[in-house]
Design a protein around this ligand. Structure first.
Ligand code: NOJ
Ligand code: CA
Length: 586
């Protein structure tokens, strides 16, 4: 790979180019991979109990192979009381009966292998469920015991320990500490939980915790997984003494990023843990990967996570948070490529996941939309669905042209919006209960997928009602309805992914084409492919060249039929073009 920092090159194409990143020649499938996130509860319900299952994933893997993704990442399916949709694990080495059995898992891996799809699983090392045997043992033991030392127990403050040990808050609202009853029935110590009170944090100063997770890694590697997405990878180690924190008490900040110096995030001792894990993965060969869910800012700090002997990838949350702000997008892309290139790591790009409002809904607002993790309710200002889907197609096409890896969230290939009309009693995200309903939480982006317009529950399952209600629009957005329509969102995704693979865009280069980087448009060259995104309300004249794909073909703007535009790019539209350099110069 050759990356030389910002470089002005002579104008080959109607104006100056700014080279940011050269072609990526390094080996490693993940460097340019498209990884599709499966949220098992909501993917496909084969046994009809209203909740997705592993057999349902196996049944639909051919659809994902057909979409032409490289790998799937599965959110947790481990044994769990499901207080945080499986991110509260009570047994890391078993499948929850809700989703199936270990045999179902093995069958799924075999099918994935047959289809040349890799499978990545979610590892949740910061906390477990309060039903985990280790935590139950800690509750039954005494203060200062080895069992308690697996977790973060402290005496309370105040005259009789009636106040929490420090001022940290839970990400889901309320304090990050809960007081227990000691086995003798008296009020006792407090334990730390950065998330729900049913999710006690492990004590990563204890070697026993390290050994336990090394065992878990090997368990799934032995079963054939290609790697792990590591949940809240920035939070495992806490600052010595657990000092009060003067910033937002859950360590976050108003722009959605963790406070840089927060004592519960980004501690230096984390890196030794990931180096050890990398060695374990490499003992299984060069193809197994670690991806950090590390909400770290600024970007140079994220680069520390993906040094050659640490993780392979980290999610690029600054990219997700940049939305459709062209200045922020350009800044994040430039900074990501430059800082990650400096440590030899590829960037990743992402627009949606199970924790944020889907981008088809976020982009349906002119002006500020919902805050992360807050969801949209029936009484809120509503997004414009058609506009949101059109912009989502434009944003996805812009993202999928970028060099590096990309993460897709199930259903974004269908242009699905968030579920909005969800009765309070059906909301399951702990954020909703812990904030007394003030924050709706993340259920809206977790609504079960529509597979087939004419089947019960849009083909999610043909038994009980899905665990969350599907919006009306899911019928027309069902996969089979879209598969039959050449101009659908789904078929646009198929064409984007196959063209991306054919042109090797993920391993390509990036130069900004200055002439099209305006206050409302952005353009880059990746090899000889030009990507232009127009967020203006006016069409944009395109340079000479051959149009490969345009996002507006899936969702035409009502006043601008695609065919009439010719070499003009519609409002809220992205195009991929092959540039004929000689024509362009003249
Ligand atoms: C991040 C996960 O993506 C989210 O869904 C979960 O609630 C928290 N980590 C806690 O595990
Ligand atoms: Ca089921």
């Amino acid at each position: 790979m050759s990356v030389d920092s910002l470089l002005q090159t002579p104008a080959p194409l109607a104006g100056p180019l700014t080279l940011i990143h050269g072609k990526d020649e390094a080996p490693g499938w993940w460097r340019s991979a498209v990884i599709y996130q499966v949220y098992p509860r909501s993917f496909r319900d084969l046994n009809g109990d209203g909740i997705g299952d592993i057999a349902g994933i196996t049944a639909e893997l051919p659809q994902l192979a057909d979409l032409d993704v490289d790998a799937v990442w599965l959110s947790p399916f481990y044994r769990s009381p499901q207080r945080d949709a499986g991110y509260d694990v009570s047994d890391y080495c078993d499948v929850d009966p809700l989703f199936g059995t270990l045999t179902d898992f093995d069958v799924m891996i075999a099918e994935a292998n047959r289809l040349h799809l890799r499978v990545i699983v979610d590892l949740v090392p910061n906390h477990c469920s309060d039903q985990h045997v280790a935590f139950q043992a800690a509750l039954a033991a005494t203060p200062g015991s080895p069992e308690r030392d697996m977790f973060i127990f402290r005496d309370g403050s105040g005259a009789s320990g009636e106040e929490p040990p420090n001022n940290w808050a839970s990400h889901f609202g309320g304090p990050a500490w809960t007081r227990i009853m000691e086995p003798d029935g008296t009020p006792g110590q407090w334990y730390l939980h950065l998330f729900d009170s049913s999710q006690p944090d492990f004590n990563w100063d204890n070697q026993g915790v390290h050994e336990e997770f090394e065992r878990v890694l090997r368990f799934w590697l032995d079963r054939g997984v290609s790697g792990f997405r590591v949940d809240v990878a920035h939070a495992l180690v806490k600052a010595p003494g657990l000092p009060d924190w003067g910033g937002r008490a859950d360590g976050g900040s108003s722009d959605g990023y963790p406070g840089h110096e927060a004592p519960m995030f980004g501690q230096p001792a984390l890196h030794a843990i990931y180096r050890k894990w990398r060695q374990i993965l490499e003992s299984y060969g060069p193809d197994r990967i670690l991806c950090a869910e590390a909400n770290v800012d600024p970007l140079p700090r994220l680069a520390d996570w993906v040094r050659q002997d640490e993780m392979h990838q980290a999610f690029n949350f600054p990219y997700l948070h940049a939305g459709l702000d062209v200045h922020r997008l350009r800044g994040v892309i430039t900074d990501s490529l430059l800082t990650l290139d400096a440590v030899g790591a590829p960037s990743t790009w992402v627009l949606s996941n199970h924790d944020v409002v889907r981008h088809a809904s976020r982009f349906g607002y002119n002006g500020p939309g919902p805050r992360d993790g807050d969801g949209i309710g029936v009484w809120d200002h509503q997004p414009d669905e058609a506009l949101g889907r059109r912009r989502a197609a434009a944003a996805s096409m812009f993202m999928l042209g970028l060099p590096g890896g990309a993460y897709l969230y199930q259903g974004e290939e269908l242009g699905l919006p968030d579920g909005i009309d969800i009765p309070d009693g059906q909301r399951q995200d702990p954020t909703f209960a812990r904030t007394g309903g003030a924050r709706l939480g993340r259920d809206g982006c977790r609504v079960p997928l529509p597979w087939s317009a004419e089947e019960p529950h849009n083909g999610f399952g043909n038994g009980q009602e899905p665990w969350l209600p599907q919006p009306e629009s899911f019928k027309q957005l069902a996969r089979d309805a879209q598969a039959a329509s050449p101009t659908s969102h789904l078929n646009l995704y198929r064409r984007m992914l196959s063209t991306r693979r054919e042109l090797r865009l993920g391993a390509g280069s990036l130069s900004w084409l200055e002439r099209y980087c305006t206050g409302s448009s952005l353009a880059y060259l990746n090899g000889s492919t030009l990507v232009v995104m127009n967020l203006n309300h006016e069409p944009l004249d395109l340079p000479a060249g051959r149009v490969l794909l345009r996002s507006g073909s899936a969702t035409p703007a009502s006043d601008q039929p695609v065919a009439d535009l010719g070499h003009r790019l519609g409002s809220n539209e992205t195009v991929w073009m092959k540039i004929n350099f000689e024509d362009a110069e003249s």
